[in-house]
Design a protein around this ligand. Structure first.
Ligand SMILES: Nc1ccn([C@@H]2O[C@H](COP(=O)(O)OP(=O)(O)OP(=O)(O)O)[C@@H](O)[C@H]2O)c(=O)n1
Ligand SMILES: C[C@](O)(CO)[C@H](O)COP(=O)(O)O
Length: 224
């Protein structure tokens, strides 16, 4: 089954608070996004790879590719206002029958997580990697709140994997602020969203602390 990987990097990383979008920041020896692209290329060199980037930073990305001699074949799409819009634009170039949508700032996704999500989506049409909640949870406000059963909640990661025709139909639906991932859109079509196992290291690098954690995890992995 021919697959396409959309590695979405159209954001500007406000919560990171850096001059350049966080996906271009160094993780160990190269920009975060290069780690992520390499991970999926190494998993399946035959996949079509599409990345989304903020329009203003496409020339910067081209300079980085020259600087790091980064030669993995990929298509570049201008990102949109929200993550939804970036992916919607990328869908126009997809030629695979199975689509993986992955955050560029999740470079430490494991091969096992990718493989599990693929197998799940092939058999069930949809797949999202999840992890159980390890902290206690409460619902409400500082003034009024109550304990809730954490076993009924899950942390959702990427890659989120779907049959291409389903994801295309989902992105014909309009954007609303409650749409924070692809699964929440596919769900609107009435499809069941199926779980596959995530991996603890597959954090979304959002803040400076996340980048420190990712560097420590990568160092630990390389030292093994
Ligand atoms: N318009 C957007 C916004 C986000 N993303 C991507 O979606 C992933 C997860 O989003 P997030 O971590 O929120 O990234 P940013 O939106 O860049 O971060 P912030 O909210 O701090 O600005 C990132 O790889 C980001 O580049 C995207 O492709 N297009
Ligand atoms: C897609 C995602 O990473 C799944 O957990 C998450 O919804 C992205 O949220 P963000 O606010 O765009 O970072």
């Amino acid at each position: 089954m021919k697959s396409t990987v959309i590695i979405t990097a159209g954001g500007i990383g406000k919560r990171m608070g850096e001059e350049i979008p966080k996906q271009f920041l160094l993780l160990h020896d190269q920009p975060i996004i290069m780690h992520t692209i390499k991970k999926f290329y190494n998993y399946n060199p035959d996949s079509q790879i599409i990345i989304t980037l903020p329009k203003a930073f496409i020339p910067y990305w081209e300079e980085l590719c020259d600087e790091y001699d980064f030669c993995i074949e990929h298509l570049v799409v201008e990102g949109g206002k929200e993550r939804y819009h970036s992916i919607k634009k990328a869908l126009a170039l997809v030629n695979g029958a199975l689509i993986f949508v992955h955050d560029a700032v999740r470079p430490l996704v494991s091969i096992e997580t990718i493989e599990s999500a693929k197998k799940c989506a092939i058999h069930n049409l949809t797949a999202i990697p999840v992890l159980p909640i390890k902290d206690s949870l409460r619902y409400g406000t500082a003034k009024e709140n109550k304990h809730i059963d954490r076993d009924a909640y899950w942390k959702v990661q990427t890659p989120q994997v779907f049959h291409a025709d389903i994801l295309r139909k989902a992105y014909d639906l309009p954007y609303t602020p409650k749409i924070t991932d692809d699964a929440s859109l596919v769900e609107e079509l009435g499809y069941q969203i199926h779980f596959s196992p995530g991996n603890e290291e597959n954090i979304k690098i959002t803040t400076p602390t996340d980048l420190q954690i990712a560097n420590a995890l990568l160092k630990k992995k390389n030292d093994l």
